[in-house]
Design a protein around this ligand. Sequence first.
Ligand SMILES: Cc1cc2nc3c(=O)[nH]c(=O)nc-3n(C[C@H](O)[C@H](O)[C@H](O)COP(=O)(O)O)c2cc1C
Length: 375
Amino acid sequence: MIDNSVFTDLFSPAKLGEIELSNRIVMAPLTRSRSNKEGIPTELNATYYAQRASAGLIISEATNISAQGLGYTMTPGIWTEEQVAGWKIVTDAIHAAGGKIVMQLWHVGRCSHVDLQPNHEAPVAPSAIKADGMVFTDKGIQEVSMPRALRTDEIPGIIDQYRHAAVCAKRAGFDGVEIHSANNYLLEQFIRDSTNHRTDQYGGSIENRTRLVLEVAEAVTHIWGGGRVGIRLSPVTPEVGNTPLDSDVMATYGYLIQQLNKFKLAYLHFVEGATGQNRNAPDGVDLDALRALFDGAYIGNNDYDLEMAISRRAENKIDAVAFGRLFISNPDLVERLRYGIDLTSNYKNSHYGNGAAGYIDWPQADLSHLDSSHS
Ligand SMILES: Cc1cc2nc3c(=O)[nH]c(=O)nc-3n(C[C@H](O)[C@H](O)[C@H](O)COP(=O)(O)O)c2cc1C
């Protein structure tokens, strides 16, 4: 049971920008690969998300902004009318259950395979540097393909993809969007000097390498207003594809975060450490110091448990906490944490694909024995 003598406001309402939350527990974005082949969400996805609607905020699974942005089969998209209609079923179900959801906007960049790309073309990236990773295709798991470097005159088209997706997300009934600039997908491939060897205005200096993500933030906040846009960064993760870190994490991400302040975003969301692994940062990197450069609210993520969340919240290090894996097997995670109910363990083989099994069949705890003092 939770020690009730420890005060925490994790279970109390909060605001991230203009998004009002019933509590400070956030469901982290989780790719589950259960859309149909056209990237259209279905009733199955609506059931899954609605089961988790007691989270103060759900961040959707990463959602492809274009056919070019796709890197994993059966992941959802947000660029066609059919995808908008599919997502509307999901957002309606979450809202009916009293929840909130923002959409995570995704372009995988070099983390793709020619089999997933329009006309079997090479995936695009800041530079023609191959990732050391695997992706799911219709033929199973395959090594990523060699990418080609985007031409400078193609960059406005990338920003247009984000703009269009942001408009579609609004029409699909979301409460906001999260710019996926983490886990070494396209935007972070531009940010890090390990993956960006360009010589135009999108490469070289920190100012140049952060230009694309800032232009995307500008485009997306123009659609939504800053108060409904968040951004996810992962300054020290090698995921995905064994990507080396930037050679000066503090300078690069420090500059980026200070520039982001002008958009008055709803929140900054960090993966603290290596995604889904340890929380260590290399010598000389202080993620709390980077977070302190941001003027708005902050969501912390990566290998948290309730105790760590309570203590980091008490120290004012986080405004909200995002749990990923725990939400897979505990749809009622908020209630379980709040009332000290045992958690169900998470079976990894149900992460991706496999339909309803391991997706919508996790048990809800019986709360009927709780007395009114817990309400
Ligand atoms: C099955 C699975 C799918 C994930 N999909 C995404 C995703 O779509 N977008 C993203 O930014 N992170 C994704 N992540 C990373 C999680 O959001 C989170 O950062 C990670 O699991 C660490 O948090 P945790 O310790 O609470 O699980 C995924 C992780 C897992 C296990």
